[in-house]
Design a protein around this ligand. Structure first.
Ligand SMILES: *Cc1c(COP(=O)(O)O)cnc(C)c1O
Length: 451
């Protein structure tokens, strides 16, 4: 029988994360203060984030960073995640390509986000913090953070985008089950929220409003730290556990990927899978291709500009060097909520600029076509975000069919879609549409990026 799933034993699990900053030919540019335009150091960031996360954020020296024992122990609850050969998908596509996926959907929270939530809560706890706060859109990050906070005995306060809270009530229920206090944003509980509601009583909320409220809570509450689910370097660092495991599992399968693919919101699951393999391109002369799959309604990698821009809509964060559509860009309300972010992380942006990876943009309907085929062949209903990676994988597999090349393709299944079934219903009913964004819209919001 052909082996389909590859799993590591507990004593084979990676014990350090991989910090690609140490090996990058051009280091990422530093985040800068919007008023002084000076680069920010650990002390500037540490009043918002756990200090150790700030150290990791700016570390361009150490290539491997040990995973604390307590985090390893929590990882062992659900890791390794399986590496799976998608024989049924290959057969349906009639492709000579070998397709593998890393299944990050098989943990209590259903997505990769838990890998960083556990690390961030551990460091917060170590520093004597009692409370953590964050924002969440569709709720995957909020759910992961709520669980991780519970695991380390912290109180969690999550600001969830008000409209998402109404559209996806189950994720609020999950967060509250783990003990988090969930507030729809904008709310009357913060200065920022009150200001927004005063201006616009029916504001539906956005990640921008929720970030502003969470940051305000963290900076005005003693012993409270802010946490983030993507974009920042330390989040991508924690996610490299995915690729480090996959590296060992691909070796068990006797193969090495020619192409590595993941969907792209802020870059954490892409970087998590890709960086450990990119290390071998940078150091050992490998020639793997890296493809980040973004929605064509939010195409910062393929149509954005490399600029210093704010991380949030309101302009409260430091200026970050990123491929961006402009911080005021309002992505269409596609079902892949986790991919609706205007910018790319700093490391990814530099790698893209240096030609070490590329982006592809996927229309919403193509992503659902791909998700359906995957569900009907492999038996797993993918998150709408992950379906973008599947669509990009299918494109590559079809190219192989034309050329006859037997490439090895590895993609990340970042999460399952079992709480997104209303989106699948809409697709099955024929009610979903594409939302390709116009050049004019992009030019307009890029015009509002600070000079
Ligand atoms: C949040 C999320 C994403 C996008 O975030 P990245 O930081 O780009 O990985 C992708 N897939 C799932 C399932 C998510 O929850």
């Amino acid at each position: 029988m052909k082996q389909k799933r590859f799993i590591l034993q507990e004593n084979e699990l990676p014990t350090a994360w991989y910090n690609i900053q140490a090996d990058m030919p051009n280091k990422p540019l530093p985040p800068i203060h919007p008023a002084t335009r000076q680069p920010l150091g650990v002390d500037d960031l540490a009043h918002i984030f756990p200090r150790e996360c700030c150290v990791q954020e700016l570390d361009t020296e150490h290539d491997f960073i040990p995973i604390p024992g307590e985090v390893l122990e929590k990882y062992s609850f659900y890791r390794s995640t399986p590496l799976v050969r998608a024989y049924a998908l290959e057969e349906a596509l009639q492709t000579p390509a070998h397709i593998y996926f890393k299944n990050e959907s098989v943990n209590p929270l259903g997505s990769h986000k838990i890998n960083s939530a556990l690390a961030q809560c551990y460091y917060a706890k170590q520093e004597g913090t009692t409370n953590v706060t964050t924002e969440t859109g569709a709720g995957q990050w909020g759910a992961a953070l709520a669980y991780a906070a519970r695991v380390f005995g912290l109180e969690a306060a999550v600001y969830q985008v008000k409209i998402s809270m109404q559209q996806k009530p189950y994720r609020s229920s999950i967060m509250r089950t783990f003990g988090a206090a969930v507030t729809g944003s904008p709310s009357m509980s913060t200065r920022a929220g009150k200001d927004i509601i005063t201006r616009d009583p029916h504001h539906p909320g956005s990640l921008g409003t929720a970030i502003s409220e969470a940051v305000e809570l963290a900076t005005t509450t003693p012993n409270c730290k802010y946490t983030l689910g993507s974009v920042l370097n330390h989040v991508g660092l924690h996610q490299t556990i995915i690729g480090l495991e996959a590296e060992k599992q691909m070796a068990m399968a006797g193969e090495y990927p020619d192409v590595v693919i993941a969907c792209f919101g802020g870059g954490s699951n892409f970087g998590g899978l890709a960086f450990p393999f990119m290390r071998h391109n940078l150091k050992d002369g490998k020639h793997t291709e890296f493809i980040a799959a973004e929605p064509d309604s939010c195409p910062k990698l393929t149509r954005g500009q490399f600029r210093y821009d704010f991380g949030d809509e309101a302009g409260y964060t430091p200026l970050l060097p990123m491929f961006t559509l402009g911080h005021t860009f309002k992505p269409a309300n596609i079902h892949a909520g986790g991919l609706r972010y205007h910018g790319a992380g700093m490391i990814i942006s530099q790698l893209l600029k240096d030609g070490l990876m590329r982006g592809v943009d996927i229309p919403q309907l193509e992503s659902f076509d791909a998700g359906m085929l995957f569900a009907r062949t492999e038996g797993i209903i993918p998150a709408p975000e992950s379906s973008h990676a599947i669509a990009a994988t299918i494109r590559e597999a079809e190219k192989c069919k034309q050329t006859g090349e037997q490439k090895v393709i590895l993609f990340n299944l970042s999460g399952h879609g079992l709480i997104d079934m209303s989106a699948y219903d809409q697709y099955l009913n024929g009610d979903l549409v594409n939302h390709r964004v116009s050049d004019d819209d992009i030019l307009q919001t890029l015009g509002r990026v600070p000079e």
